[in-house]
Ligand binder design. Structure first.
Ligand SMILES: [Zn+2]
Length: 144
């Protein structure tokens, strides 16, 4: 089993991506797992940077298949509010590929690990958000 949250944190883009991530309170699933929602504020990114993020690949936290952790919401996600300028972050196969992966404990654990890493990153001395966005624009191209 591969833990993919650490593989994202080890990714060259992580220091640039971390300031853009927000963690929202989770939903308790029928399984009892609490599923955190992690989002990436992409409004400040160029089309090119956005495309680069959308091609980052890590191993599914559950089955190890290659997955893209940064995803655009599909129009078909029923009942969900459209959130332009935001990507959602997931470390497992999408729901329509594997319900077991997307809703399993590995998914919850990976999101929890990421939430912790985001908190740790915030505690480290970091430039203000605007500066972080500026740095990202300058450096993301080279980092990915
Ligand atoms: Zn999977």
């Amino acid at each position: 089993m591969t833990s993919s949250a650490p593989s994202l944190m080890a990714h060259a883009a992580w220091p640039h991506v971390a300031p853009l991530l927000t963690v929202e309170a989770g939903t308790r699933l029928a399984s009892g797992n609490v599923h955190r929602r992690i989002e990436l504020e992409s409004a400040g990114l160029s089309e090119r940077q956005l495309r680069m993020l959308l091609t980052v690949r890590v191993a599914c936290a559950s089955c190890g298949a290659g997955v893209c952790p940064f995803r655009q919401r599909l129009r078909s996600s029923a009942g969900r509010t459209q959130r332009p300028g935001r990507l959602y972050v997931s470390f497992t196969c999408p729901l329509d590929v594997s319900l077991a992966c997307a809703r399993g404990k590995a998914a919850s654990d990976a999101a929890e690990a990421l939430a912790k890493a985001i908190a740790d990153h915030r505690r480290a001395p970091t430039p203000p958000q605007a500066e972080a966005h500026h740095q990202l624009r300058l450096r993301l191209r080279g980092a990915l």
